[in-house]
Design a protein around this ligand. Structure first.
Ligand code: PLP
Length: 412
């Protein structure tokens, strides 16, 4: 008799986005003329940069001729792309990262889940609360947790609460934890980490033999020049951290798919016999066995991000979204609503006014001004009382949504 991975039964039903869709659908059915604006999405809206499109068109043409056709590429990604990434994203910022330590993939979401293949099943694991749900759910699937409680917390995971009280940066734990997920700039709170904060984490990790899984999907949105873009800007991080990066948000590749994971060759973890094993070796083996690389065409598209034109075009894209974020922050503040984030990240994290719960505020915005956001409680128990508004949208939608909200809330 075939059996299933019972851990999947522990997953709480995909609650957040289906529930948002259910409430929006019910509202639009009852109010077919309402022009609903969706500021809940975590997907980009603007077209692919021209430099990336042109590089991919050329790559498609190369595939049409026997001389330049490419079959299987290296599982780790083509050297020319890995070298550009190493030079532009890491070495230019003083990070000691070699191209051989960069693994190209089809997404950070997959890498965040797949990385668990190479770690033991008895690690203690910490996530922040609120959190990007992928870190939690992939650990549930891998059997690293117990059951979920009524607050949505899984047994066996350590939740590190983040809120306005701690500036949305978790306190460094007092107990040793083996695997720690950090995401800066943060989804959903839009918070960032200073070099000092990351140094404290790196020091903690090295003292406790912990490994940090650092998600830098939003590093391109950092505007404050004092903030680190990579954990490898921090002394000692090569010995305790893996970093995930993606072309999804900086270059609009959410549908095109290209990302990367950095595994320094100096990073080790313990085998059962107590020996120190290089993590790079295991990830290289895992990728070579279970992955056959990202499409040549897409890797050429990603490479074009590093051309002069590509750099200018992605800067314009990011500036566009960050101007949306500025408008959202400014207008909500003017309406008397407390906001966080949105300065170095494309998410504005709103304190729900008048003590409304996340879902009460969701319903109020939907019903009174026909604007949709994401209830903070959907990202974890400590997200209750907050609400995420995304800057990924057209200028027109952002301006109109903010006009409606300020009009409504100024009056009330
Ligand atoms: C969007 C996002 C990613 C990127 O995922 P891809 O699979 O590369 O598209 C990674 N981490 C977080 C927190 C994100 O929001």
């Amino acid at each position: 008799m075939a059996t299933i991975n019972d851990n999947y039964l522990k997953l709480k039903a995909g609650y957040l986005f289906p529930e948002i869709a259910r409430r929006v659908n019910a509202f639009t059915e009852a109010n077919p003329d309402a022009k609903v604006i969706r500021l809940g999405i975590g997907d980009v809206t603007e077209p692919l940069p021209a430099a990336c499109r042109q590089a991919m068109i050329q790559a498609v043409e190369e595939m049409g001729s026997r001389d330049t056709f490419r079959g299987y590429g290296p599982e780790q990604g083509y050297g020319w792309l890995r070298e550009k990434i190493a030079a532009y994203d890491f070495q230019a910022r003083g990070c000691e990262i070699d191209s051989s330590e960069i693994f190209i993939s089809d997404g950070s979401k997959c890498d965040c889940g797949n990385i668990l293949d190479i770690f033991g099943s008895n690690n203690s694991i910490a996530v922040t609360d609120p959190v990007y749900p992928v870190y939690v759910d992939t650990n549930v699937m891998a059997g690293h947790t117990g059951e979920v409680n009524e607050k949505g917390e899984y047994g066996g995971l350590v939740y590190l609460p983040i809120s306005a009280e701690n500036n949305f940066t978790a306190e460094i734990p007092t107990q040793p934890i083996d695997l720690i997920y950090l995401c800066f700039p943060n989804n959903p709170t839009g918070a960032t980490a200073t070099k000092e904060h990351l140094q404290a984490w790196v020091n903690y990790a090295r003292a406790n033999g912990s490994l940090i899984l650092f998600d830098a999907a939003y590093e391109a949105f950092i505007t404050d020049p004092t903030l680190p873009h990579s954990i490898y800007e921090i002394a000692g991080a090569r010995d305790c951290a893996i970093e995930f990066r993606s072309f999804s948000k900086n270059a609009g590749f959410t549908g095109t798919r290209c990302a990367l994971t950095v595994v320094p060759k100096t990073l080790t973890a313990k085998a059962k016999d107590g020996s120190d094993v290089p993590v790079w070796q295991l990830w290289n083996r895992r990728q070579s066995t279970k992955f056959n690389g990202v499409s040549y065409i897409v890797q050429r598209g990603a490479e074009a991000v590093y051309s002069e034109a590509g750099q200018a075009q992605i800067k314009a894209l990011i500036d566009f979204y960050m101007e949306n974020a500025r408008i959202i922050r400014e207008q909500l503040t003017a309406a008397g609503i407390q906001v966080y984030g949105g300065v170095n990240a494309p998410y504005v994290w709103v304190k729900t006014p008048h003590g409304l719960s996340s879902w009460e505020f969701f319903d109020k915005l939907l019903h009174t001004v026909n604007v949709v956001g994401t209830p903070g409680a959907g990202f974890g128990a400590a997200g209750e009382g907050y609400f995420r508004i995304s800057a990924f949208n057209s200028r027109e939608n952002v301006v109109e949504a903010m006009r409606r909200i300020t009009e409504k809330f100024r009056a009330s």
